[in-house]
Design a binder for this molecule. Structure first.
Ligand code: FES
Length: 275
């Protein structure tokens, strides 16, 4: 009997129904299982395999390939410290070391109170805010060792914490449910883009810069070239169709030629023998 209740199985099936090919739902299904169990368990892998008509090895291969899927139980909060190149040189390594000492855990380990799982994470595409941390996949920009310690202490004390970009921090499991595709109604919290990402746009606006407009003559030439290529493709397809339709005649002709050739060689051989 499945360890998952009917509601969870129903939601897994709902995810499967969102895609033309049900197996395309595997990634959100694994996120949903993480929101229920706190990790991807063996039972979860077997359930996905059964629902999607895949082997357990195939599902396991996906669940162990992507680092966002966890095979061991997670803490209430996932705290990721970016230690990729730019964040590392801007202080990411120092933040991780300080947090590791403070929490008494290393990479991919959970504190004894079960509150925080610490992880070194790769570039979050937020290098303009380096060094960055993530809590349950929400950004915490421009951190330093002291602010990082204060942040995890507040999380462990159960205080309400908000990302500098506006989002209220929930739990890792709740965030996983959103990643699975079940919205929590809070998608609009915070700005669409952070201030550092908009600096270039502000400078461009001040100086009256804009993206180059496509040259109309070049566009017309490109369009004409595209039409010519399409026409050539159509003609080739038509000639191939004609050739296929007359395929029997062509084969027959070739066979006739072979027969004629064979018939013609025999007398010559005989002629040579006679010689
Ligand atoms: S290196 Fe840290 S966000 Fe890119």
């Amino acid at each position: 009997m499945s360890v998952f209740d009917e509601a969870t199985v129903g939601e897994l099936r709902e995810l499967m129904g969102r895609y033309p090919q049900a197996r395309s739902a595997l990634l959100p299904m694994l996120h949903l299982l993480q929101s229920v169990e706190g990790h991807v368990s063996t039972a979860g892998i077997e359930l996905c395999a059964e629902l999607l008509d895949l082997s357990a090895a195939e599902v396991s291969g996906v669940a162990t390939f992507y680092t966002m899927y966890k095979r061991r139980p997670m803490g209430t909060h996932h705290v990721g410290v970016c230690t990729n190149t730019l964040c590392a040189v801007m202080g990411g390594d120092a933040i991780f070391e300080r947090l590791s000492d403070h929490l008494g855990v290393g990479h991919d380990e959970t504190t004894e109170d079960g509150q925080v799982t610490l992880e070194r994470v790769e570039c979050n595409a937020a290098c303009d805010f380096a060094p960055v941390m993530m809590v349950n996949w929400e950004f915490f920009d421009r951190q330093d060792p002291a602010s990082a310690v204060e942040l995890v202490d507040r999380l462990r004390d159960g205080e309400q914490v908000a990302s500098p970009r506006g989002a209220e921090i929930t739990s890792w499991r709740e965030a996983e449910r959103v990643l699975a595709g079940f919205e929590d109604g809070r998608v609009d919290e915070g700005p669409a883009a952070g201030d550092a990402s908009l600096v270039g746009l502000e400078i461009a606006n001040e100086r009256g810069w804009s993206a180059p407009v496509a040259d109309s003559a070049a566009s017309a030439a490109q369009e004409s070239k595209g039409e010519a290529v399409a026409e050539a493709d159509t003609q080739r397809a038509e000639s191939e169709t004609v050739a296929e339709e007359s395929g029997a005649d062509v084969e027959g002709g070739a066979g006739d030629r072979q027969e004629a050739s064979g018939g013609g060689s025999e007398p010559q051989a005989e002629g040579k023998a006679d010689d």
